[in-house]
Design a protein around this ligand. Structure first.
Ligand SMILES: *Cc1c(COP(=O)(O)O)cnc(C)c1O
Length: 237
């Protein structure tokens, strides 16, 4: 199996050790950037890994997790949420309108609001269900056709629409930079967009680049491989 370098993975995955290593790296990056301790939330991305892997992280005391598919979240997390208190579950993958009701019943934070029809559906479901997840707006900073996210040129208007027309609880912005580009430019762009829109939270940085993302102001880093080990190759959208 081809293994992507630049990612710290042990062959025998020790989730609890990986979690403390990543946590230390985050703390060091936060201190290096002269940012306040605790200003970055680690979202542990457990997608494709079994409940047992998530459980190992839960037993180590971690409580913030992310999945990229609604169905996988539904298969894995209701039991774990019942068993462990204080779990916050983030949806970091694309959301279909017909899954919005399921998503709002399970996820506490949604990172992938990226089009008016979806934003409206989420708003309607918030009214109906009373579940009110924190929302991040995904920006397609690399303008990649295969990726979700509003285009940078449309972002300010869409953010305004989400807040004013749909009354969504918009916490911040999220991006997934192109694989083959220096991520810093994308991180800087997203941070700037958040700032000029008065948004506090910025979700950016994965296993290979979370320290850079923190230097550029990430408040939420989404780390999978460095905690849970390699996954079978899947497309990130
Ligand atoms: C899978 C995924 C991650 C985690 O990626 P790693 O490189 O394994 O840390 C982060 N964000 C999103 C949106 C993902 O789909």
């Amino acid at each position: 199996m081809a293994i992507k370098v630049t990612v710290k993975v042990t062959t025998q995955t020790n989730i609890s050790e990986n979690l403390s290593a990543v946590t230390k790296d985050i703390e060091a990056a936060v201190a290096d950037a002269s940012r306040p301790a605790g200003s970055v939330t680690l979202v542990a991305i457990s997608k494709t890994h079994p409940a047992a892997a998530a459980r190992a992280a839960l037993d180590a005391g971690h409580r913030v997790f992310g999945e990229n598919r609604v169905q996988e979240g539904l298969d894995k997390w209701p039991d774990l949420k019942a068993e462990y208190s204080g779990v916050a579950l983030h949806l970091v993958g694309s959301l279909q309108r017909n899954k919005v009701n399921h998503a709002l019943g399970l996820f506490d934070v949604i990172h992938t609001i990226d089009r008016p029809k979806l934003a409206r559906a989420v708003a309607v479901e918030i009214d109906k269900s009373g579940h009110r997840p924190q929302c991040f707006i995904q920006v397609n900073t690399g303008e990649e056709p295969q990726k979700g996210g509003v285009l940078p040129a449309d972002a300010d208007a869409f953010i305004g629409q989400c807040r004013d027309e749909f009354n969504l609880p918009v916490a911040g912005l999220m991006c997934i930079p192109p694989n083959d580009e220096e991520p810093s430019l994308h991180f800087a762009l997203l941070r700037e967009m958040a700032k000029r829109n008065g948004l506090e939270s910025v979700s950016m940085g994965m296993s290979g680049d979370f320290e850079t993302a923190i230097r550029f102001g990430a408040t939420h880093v989404r780390v999978g491989t460095a905690i849970f080990g390699q996954r079978p190759p899947v497309k990130v959208t």
